[in-house]
Design a binder for this molecule. Structure first.
Ligand SMILES: [Fe+2]
Length: 631
């Protein structure tokens, strides 16, 4: 009866608003924020102050729970007067209302269906809470999408790696970003990370409108941010006041970053300056720590420790609240405490911020004025590298130079017992989300460079058409896999979205997911109190299934490092063999198998827990868990 009551209540709520106009509906479709083992935030924006409602239930159960929203006017998201005049002929929409509901008392690693009712519209989707055990995790990281309406029809410069001549890229920025997001969505990751410069101008509301047009959708099956929490770090463009005003002046930069802070929610950093909440934070997700920093400004304006000459931050006269990051600053001290905690509690620690410290691009020059001395240099952020090494950070994700470049710094981690171990820390510039595709700049000398797409992925043309290689929009895919109770692997795969030329359309209308030949595999072994790392060790496979739990079918994905005979089988929770899906030679690379919940004789299996087992020729065996639901 309780379930029926809830469903009837749901129908009554949706029905009673049926006569309302579109004025009462969504401005920004719902999206997920701040994932935890027992909680998830759902945020959306509406045109009016009308109450909204979230209803949710664990997948496979009947009981819906409902929570009403408390809309608040989001004044920080109002269009500026110059936007109103320039783009809306004085009739820009008024500021929207923000709805934020934090669902709590959820179960870890569990899929929930949810629906959001706002006015006459209802949005349906699902999410998964963070795991509290050793489940595998997949997340994707990119930077520098720099959205704005003007990206449509705007083709970025695409330097020829052989001649150095600047060319026009094959597709425009909007198409590039849209294709990139479509590939990301198809990977069913647990998180999406963006390493700054989300918008072209953080102070332009139109640029944020464009960001959410790409990342949310009215359909739960095609939304990205409505299925996967988006985790962000602020970049210099997010502090940028706007195209028609004075760049990084105050209070313009504060009003720009206020838009960013209104949209995103993160764990508290407990800064004594409340205005700095949300600018940097530490998110724990399963066995992973993600520490996101705001390194957009430091020290006195114009000093050689400053990443932005024109942004007035917390230590500048007349400055805003952009936090310093130098030794002794609040953010630095907080960072050290969080790195220490992460070293103790998490198997992998990843740090994300915008300004790449090691780069062969235009921001790889030391700080300073003049042709070769950048006023938005990433070099000052190198002062944090000793901390990253000391506390054993596993990888650093940045953007800013839009290069796709991997650099490595060698050092020593100091373990909790004082022991020092050698290891190598990779830094990634993953800033090829959807804006620039730069080449190296003459005069920078990045001696730490290990991989640069510009030179390490040569283009191959057939006649007038590119068929292989080259620098493209893309992202880094990170897979965390428990190999056994002591060892975990992190597989970092650089992915690019290759444009496919269509003779029928006489244009690059297609695209496909491809991988650069620079996969990095980190291994962390926990044995008693000793933590060690091996870098670039080969792994035999990586795997997961989706959806999980499932009703009618699930896709088992696995990656083979080496070719060989491979056997994939299904077992029940009593250890009985249910079916052999594959037992044959398989080439190295990614594979997927559909299991339609049937045994070897074609009979539907009973609902419950099932295991899949992947066995390679080398003898490596990996098990995965799946839950088959009744339908
Ligand atoms: Fe940037």
């Amino acid at each position: 009866m309780k379930t029926l009551t809830k469903i009837l209540l749901f129908m009554a709520i949706t029905g009673c608003f049926s006569t309302l106009s579109a004025q009462e509906n969504f401005r920004v479709w719902p999206y997920l924020q701040y994932p935890d083992t027992d909680a998830m935030s759902i945020i959306w924006f509406s045109e009016s102050a009308l109450l909204g409602r979230v209803e949710y239930r664990e997948l496979g159960t009947d009981l819906f729970l409902g929570v009403e929203s408390n809309p608040e006017l989001a004044e920080s998201l109002a269009y500026s007067s110059w936007e109103d005049t320039t783009f809306f002929e004085g009739e820009a929409p008024s500021a929207p209302y923000k709805h934020r509901i934090r669902l709590e008392s959820l179960m870890a690693g569990t899929t929930y269906e949810y629906r959001v009712i706002q006015g006459t519209e209802t949005f349906y989707s699902s999410f998964c809470t963070a795991p509290d055990g050793n489940d595998s995790i997949r997340f994707i990281v990119y930077g520098d999408c720099e959205t704005e309406p003007e990206s449509t029809g705007n083709y970025t410069s695409w330097p020829d790696p052989v001649t150095g001549v600047s060319r026009k890229y094959l597709i425009d920025q909007t198409t590039g970003y849209r294709n990139n997001l479509e590939v990301i969505r198809s990977r069913h990751s647990d998180l999406v990370l963006i390493a700054g410069d989300l918008t072209q101008h953080g102070g332009e509301q139109r640029d944020w409108d464009e960001f959410w047009r790409h990342n949310t959708d009215s359909s739960g099956s095609t939304t990205l941010a409505g299925q996967v929490p988006v985790i962000t770090a602020p970049g210099n463009h997010d502090y940028y006041e706007g195209n028609y005003l004075d760049g990084y002046n105050q209070p313009g930069s504060e009003s720009a970053i206020r838009r960013y802070l209104t949209y995103f929610e993160s764990p508290a950093n407990h800064s004594p300056n409340k205005e700095q909440e949300g600018r940097y934070y530490h998110l724990r997700y399963g066995q992973v720590s993600i520490i996101s920093l705001d390194l957009c400004n430091n020290g006195s304006n114009g000093s050689d420790e400053d990443t932005n000459f024109y942004l007035l931050g917390e230590s500048d006269i007349g400055g805003g609240n952009a936090p310093d990051f130098g030794i002794g600053s609040v953010q630095y001290n907080w960072l050290e405490s969080q790195l220490k905690e992460a070293q103790e509690k998490s198997i992998f620690t990843f740090v994300m911020f915008h300004h790449i410290p090691y780069s062969s691009g235009p921001h790889g020059f030391p700080v300073g004025e003049g042709d070769l001395l950048d006023n938005q240099s990433g070099v000052p952020t190198r002062l944090l590298t000793p901390l990253f090494l000391m506390y054993g950070v596993d990888a650093v994700f940045c953007g800013h130079d839009e290069m796709w470049e991997r650099s490595e710094i060698s050092g020593q981690e100091v373990l909790e017992d004082g022991t020092q171990v050698n290891y190598t820390l990779p830094f990634f510039d993953v800033g090829t989300g959807g804006d620039g595709l730069r080449g190296p700049v003459e005069g920078t000398d990045n001696i730490f460079q290990q991989f640069l797409v510009h030179t390490d992925a040569p283009e191959k043309w057939e006649g007038d058409y590119l068929i292989e290689g080259g620098k493209h929009y893309g992202h880094l895919e990170v897979e965390i896999i428990p190999v056994n109770e002591h060892t975990h692997k992190a597989i970092l795969t650089p992915v690019y979205v290759f444009p496919i030329y269509s003779e029928e359309d006489s244009a690059y209308t297609g695209f496909e997911r491809r991988e650069y030949n620079d996969q990095l595999i980190l291994s962390r072994t926990i044995a008693d109190t000793t933590v060690g790392k091996e870098v670039l060790e080969k792994i035999s496979m990586a795997t997961r299934s989706y959806p999980n739990p499932f009703y009618t079918q699930t896709l088992i994905e696995y990656h083979l490092q080496e070719s060989g005979n491979t056997k994939v089988s299904i077992w029940d929770d009593q250890g009985r063999l249910i079916r052999i899906l594959v037992d044959r030679f398989c080439v190295a690379g990614s594979h997927s198998l559909l299991w339609e919940g049937e045994d070897g004789e074609g009979n539907r299996v009973s609902p419950g827990l099932y295991l899949y087992r992947i066995e390679t020729e080398s003898g490596a065996i990996l098990w995965g868990r799946m839950i088959c639901l009744d339908f």
